[in-house]
Design a protein around this ligand. Structure first.
Ligand SMILES: Nc1nc2c(ncn2[C@@H]2O[C@H](COP(=O)(O)OP(=O)(O)OP(=O)(O)O)[C@@H](O)[C@H]2O)c(=O)[nH]1
Ligand SMILES: [Mg+2]
Ligand SMILES: [Zn+2]
Length: 304
């Protein structure tokens, strides 16, 4: 048999079997099922691989190609579990019900910074704003915009805001992340006209039911990719340094060189330029307080 090497991108995996998009030019088959040996257990949705047809009429994985980055989540016993790889953009999906945790949004923004990925903040279910939005919520959203993040209001049922989001996903691999029940799969269905991804219900209290259980990759018309991922209860930060944490608060950057101590954590240190900026209302106090909470959690975890 002639040795052949094909390239592909992992759509999803079930155990040792991968569904792979054939990324060869003009492929005769658009998707292949590949079996992966144990050493390829680390391959996830979004990975690029090489593969070949084997003598049994199946296909097998030859190699995992280098990644630009990978998104992880704390899994069993807090061990990091990789969710998806080669991500250009994190789409942080929120809704009015289930309500938004701005803490969680901050942590995703820190993760995006670590991944060297762009971030978009989406507020879905605009029809529920009137009943559930508070002044503090609108203020938080305005603040994210002021520090440079795009904030989009969406309604997956009416299609409001979908076109704008779609355009921002051109030529990129974007992953939809957020709590269960916020409408990630509903938005994905709007963006992908031919898809029919299962959508769940939410309980009266607003909790989602974890309808999506695996990260799956979809190709967009405009060469981009969308990864729909399972909802989270929470998103804990992995093993990052206090400097990496502060780097995730991008509005601190223009001040932190003026702190008296070069290793200032912007907490209790004297002559901290970040704290002064908070006192002068140049940095949002709410964001700063969330930063301090995250900093103290990080320090507690590193001491235990
Ligand atoms: N009112 C309203 N409901 C919406 C909107 N978008 C989605 N929903 C509903 O929200 C519920 C959850 O939607 P899903 O798309 O399954 O949410 P998900 O984020 O994918 O949830 P998981 O897969 O569990 O993480 C469904 O009942 C949707 O119909 C919206 O714009 N407005
Ligand atoms: Mg879903
Ligand atoms: Zn400082």
């Amino acid at each position: 048999m002639k040795t052949e090497v094909n390239t592909g991108r992992v759509v999803t995996r079930f155990g040792a079997e991968l569904l792979v998009e054939n990324t060869e030019d003009n492929p005769d088959i658009p998707h292949v099922r590949c079996t992966a040996k144990r050493k390829f257990d680390t391959i996830v949705c979004g990975d690029y691989i090489t593969w070949h047809h084997n003598e049994h009429g199946n296909a097998s994985v030859d190699d995992l190609l280098p990644r630009t980055n990978a998104l992880t989540r704390p899994g069993y016993r807090g061990r990091p579990r990789t969710i998806a790889a080669n991500i250009d953009q994190l789409v942080i999906v929120n809704s009015w019900l289930p309500e938004t945790s701005w803490d969680l949004v901050d942590r995703y923004l820190i993760a995006a910074n670590q991944l060297n990925a762009e971030a978009i903040i989406v507020m879905n279910k605009s029809d529920l704003a009137e009943a559930h939005a508070t002044e503090a919520d609108w203020q938080a959203m305005k603040n994210y915009e002021e520090i440079g993040y795009p904030v989009l209001q969406l309604n997956a049922h009416t299609g409001e805001g979908i076109e704008q989001l779609k355009q921002m996903m051109d030529d990129k691999t974007s992953i939809f992340s957020g709590r269960s029940g916020v409408g990630k799969s509903s938005i994905a269905n709007r963006i992908l006209p031919t898809s029919d991804i299962a959508v769940g219900i939410i309980s009266d209290s607003g909790e989602g039911k974890h309808t999506t259980t695996t990260a799956d990759l979809y190709r967009l018309e405009n060469k981009g990719y969308l990864i729909d991922s399972p909802g989270v209860r929470d998103y804990a930060l992995g093993d990052i340094s206090t400097q990496e944490l502060a780097d995730g608060y991008i509005e601190f950057a223009q001040y932190q060189n003026n702190c008296r101590f070069h290793n200032c954590t912007h907490d209790h240190e004297p002559r901290c330029a970040v704290r002064t900026a908070v006192e002068n209302n140049e940095i949002s106090k709410e964001r700063y307080l969330r930063y301090l909470d995250a900093l103290h959690t990080l320090k507690e975890n590193s001491n235990s």
